[in-house]
Design a protein around this ligand. Structure first.
Ligand code: MN
Length: 232
């Protein structure tokens, strides 16, 4: 490919002020990697055309996935739900799975990937494992330790088999969908990374690599690898 790889980045849903938003860190990380970011806001129904328009996808962080989509419970601690965003991101990631288009699924994005393929989520992480590991701690985007499976694609991309990345997630994977393999865990056993061995480049991380990527080459490597994969 001679042109710049086009990296579709899903945005957050409409907020109370009627705005689509996105942390700029995702855009910055893709640009540093040499990709051209294209922002994809919820509401688009021509998902096939959008999927065809981009060379790779970033599914971004955000609020909880609607538990109705995986037979889960409406936990009182659920954040605001956004069916419009759920629908777009599930549609996009299913197409990326089918087409072999590279995708990096960050935080909520990893949860969307799992639900899209038939997995389920833990509606409220403290109910399952307590609060010893600060998945969504007092410090916003605080770190916690993650162990990465040696020999996995994720370990190859990061170049390390442990790290302490920025973290802020309310939910986590419960049943991991068929086709996905767990390749990273927190010390309490919570799933922190998945990949699809049958796919050319489909990675999910429960942490926020974009948040520290400007200063942390290990986390930037996720975006570099995505753009490299997008070049084909
Ligand atoms: Mn975590």
């Amino acid at each position: 490919m001679s042109r710049t790889p086009r990296i579709g980045i899903t945005t957050y849903g409409r907020n109370e002020e009627g705005r689509f938003t996105l942390p700029a860190a995702y855009v910055d990380a893709i640009r540093r990697a040499g990709g051209m970011p294209l922002l994809l806001p919820p509401g688009e129904t021509r998902v096939d055309e959008w999927h065809d328009l981009v060379d790779a996808l970033v599914l971004t962080g955000g609020p909880d996935v609607d538990p109705a989509l995986y037979g889960g419970a409406r936990h009182p601690k659920l954040t605001a739900l956004d069916r419009e965003r759920d629908a777009l991101e599930i549609g996009l990631v299913r197409r990326a799975v089918a087409s072999g288009k590279p995708a990096l699924c960050v935080c909520r994005g990893m949860q969307v990937l799992d639900v899209a393929l038939g997995g389920t989520l833990i509606e409220h992480v403290p109910d399952a494992v307590g609060t010893a590991v600060p998945h969504r701690g007092e410090i916003a985007y605080g770190p916690h330790h993650v162990r990465i499976e040696p020999g996995s694609r994720l370990a190859a991309v990061l170049g390390v088999d442990e790290c302490a990345p920025a973290s802020s997630h309310h939910q986590a994977l419960r049943r991991v969908a068929d086709g996905l393999v767990v390749v990273a865990r927190a010390p309490d056993g919570i799933v922190e990374g998945v990949e699809m061995p049958a796919h050319p480049f489909l990675l999910g991380v429960q942490w926020h690599p974009e948040h520290t990527a400007a200063d942390d080459p290990v986390q930037q490597r996720l975006f570099d690898a995505l753009v490299r994969a997008a070049r084909g």
